[in-house]
Ligand binder design. Structure first.
Ligand code: BDR
Ligand code: CA
Length: 310
């Protein structure tokens, strides 16, 4: 079996943690490194959460800390959604190993530069680290084999404003840099964790019944997110945007409809800040710059999740 190499960029809180576990547990994937960005949590808390997620899998994947704030905007966090330390009822986590370094941006450039075309990038947070790396080294765009982006909402409802999804809203200028960099990207919008893609209470019970440390971890660290999703966003179960994106990166069959489009990010007005505008009908005539995921295989995504928590 040939091994696929991944690097994960994450603002680790509850759903990021599950996505990290999935990648670390997947048989044909080796996670070379994890780079952390502010976002759901301040950088240091996100870093501790990422390192704890690595340790609970029994791995030693290096975790690098990167940008602590967006390129231009004020920093904002989502403790109101994920809990004070981002990990639900687990509270503050104390991993044993320190961060491998504070130089995530340089590490991204170094690692992709040493293996051009070989490593897949999965982004689960604001795109600040990736944009900063592209500013320093534009060739990063061609060095990345493919990039799976959890971010945006393809011409549909946002979760932090009516128009925007959190990761893109946090740093719209960074997202714009990445989207227009020439990197081969698949945008997996927030809509793919809603409705039937959310875990029902029966499905959560089935995961709990696995009775493994990882299954308990996955549910416990999402206890706040479950409540918040149901209360604030009208969900009927647990929405897991980062794990859905990771499932697609692990097994491409999870994305059942995708197509290439010109996609831009609204940066000018506060009302539409961070909106991902997909030119679905090619009315602008601009050359497509992104691939967009439109539909997923919901049973397959949930099967992949369960498989990694056994
Ligand atoms: C995204 O924002 C964060 O709260 C989640 O971790 C996910 O990456 C969903 O909008
Ligand atoms: Ca995230």
């Amino acid at each position: 079996m040939t091994t696929r190499r991944f690097i994960i960029d994450t603002d680790t809180a509850s759903d990021d943690a599950v996505a990290i576990v999935m990648a670390l547990q997947w048989p044909d994937v080796e996670v070379d490194a994890i780079t952390v960005v502010y976002g759901n949590m301040p950088l240091k808390i996100a870093s501790a959460n990422a390192r704890y997620s690595v340790e609970i899998c029994g791995k030693e994947t290096p975790v690098y800390e990167g940008c602590a704030h967006p390129l231009l905007r004020s920093v904002a966090h989502a403790d109101w959604f994920h809990g004070p330390y981002g990990m639900g009822k687990l509270g503050e986590l104390h991993p044993q190993r320190p961060a491998a370094g504070q130089n995530a941006v340089a590490e991204l450039i170094r690692r992709f530069g040493e293996a051009p075309g070989e490593i897949t990038l999965v982004t689960l947070g604001p795109l600040t680290n990736i944009a900063a790396a592209l500013i320093v080294e534009p060739r990063l765009a061609e060095w990345v084999k493919e990039c799976y982006i959890m971010g945006g909402a393809a011409n549909c409802v946002g979760n932090v404003t009516p128009a925007a999804e959190f990761n893109i809203w946090c740093d719209p200028e960074a997202a714009r840099i990445v989207f227009h960099s020439g990197m081969k990207c698949l945008m997996v919008g927030w809509e793919h964790c809603r409705f039937d893609s959310a875990l029902s209470f029966e499905e959560m019970a089935a995961i709990r019944a696995l009775d493994t440390p990882l299954a308990h971890f996955a549910l416990d660290c999402n206890s706040y997110a479950l409540e918040a999703g149901m209360t604030i966003q009208g969900a009927s179960g647990l929405m897991l945007p980062d794990p859905v994106t990771m499932a697609i990166a692990l097994d491409n069959r999870v994305c059942t409809r995708r197509s290439r489009h010109y996609v831009d990010v609204a940066c000018a007005e506060e009302l539409t800040r961070g909106m991902t505008v997909v030119d679905e009908l090619n009315v602008t005539g601009h050359k497509p710059n992104m691939e967009v995921c439109w539909e997923i295989d919901k049973p397959l995504w949930k099967e992949i999740l369960a498989q990694t928590l056994r």
